[in-house]
Design a protein around this ligand. Sequence first.
Ligand SMILES: Cc1ncc(COP(=O)(O)O)c(C=O)c1O
Length: 399
Amino acid sequence: MPSPLADHWALDPGAIFLNHGSFGACPRVVLEAQAEYRARMERQPVQFLWRDLPDLLDAARAELARFVGANPDNLVFVANATAGVNAVARSLHLKAGDELLTTDHDYNACRNVLAEAATRAGAKVVVARVPFPLTDEQQIMDAILGAVTKRTRLAMIDHITSPTALVFPIRKIVRLLAERGVEVLVDGAHAPGNVPLDIETISPAYYTGNLHKWVCAPKGAAFLWARPDRQEAIRPPIISHGENTRREGRSAFQDRFDWPGTLDPTAWLSVPAAIRFGAALFPGGWEELRDHNRATASAGRALIAGHLNVPLPAPNSLLASMATLPLPEPLQTLPLTNQRLDPVHLLLLDQHGIEVPIVHWGKPVRRWVRISAQAYNTTAHYRALADALTKTDWVKAHR
Ligand SMILES: Cc1ncc(COP(=O)(O)O)c(C=O)c1O
């Protein structure tokens, strides 16, 4: 059942892992590259962290910059997308009455960051309701633009949404919001490695993205990009030496972020190894890997929808390597308690060995399943999920 490509990963071969989207999975060669950096760090910590790190970080940043279409001067590493959103939202000088715009497809942790920044200033978070199921991208644009007011200071827009796995038309959204004087923080947690990226061309005010998800870098690798005119105002979540210590050849933005206190920087330094891994997996490089994953997700989605006799909630044109599907009625009747401990999720794991997120989303809240497709997945994995979701005797037993 596993793909021959699965050998590249350290995943448990006995499990059906359909959740690359949550935390990624790091290939063996990338873990080995990280282990080498760790060994070097522990051989001479001061040499590594104090004298070698700045240049190593610049080299990793330069490779990442090429991969995401960014000028390296506008790019810093952060531990995760949550940190990127924190840096931006908490650096805004909001006034009472200001509005921060987001959508109801956003990520809870990031919504919390907006809410905290808004509350401190007497500002508020406005949530645009994007329909789901939906049939075309115009519905996304209409919902977002319809929620803009004269008080909108910033819109946080996901490039790929977490609960619903939609690829938002981010370039158009940034352009249309800019025409209305609204700056955008793109939450691109799922985008790098999943869709082609050219951040300078999208040209939002800010873009944050994870590398531990679809670039398959080690956990703790992410970035924040900021347009030059916005960099001076941004403070990292952790203020450190860079606040008053400038280095030659680096921007003040980079000085502030590059040293967030003593930490293990090896996840950041291993990003080039992850980029090279993805480039070498198929003859057509990253483009072929992305196409392969998108085709696998799309086929998996069609197979499951057919088995469950549920409608497809979005066109293929709005999807990449993940897809969200509604669960059929028998599975909606179980109590909706904690999403992390959802009974369908736990039963799929315990009884079928399938790791897949069960999403609680919508008004009224419904239960959905979000599949991911990475090169280690095969059609058999989606068939196993479809079979498990179809034979719902185990649900009756649970009720
Ligand atoms: C859209 C979105 N934003 C932000 C995050 C947060 O990522 P992290 O936990 O790496 O900060 C996630 C995580 O899944 C996400 O899906």
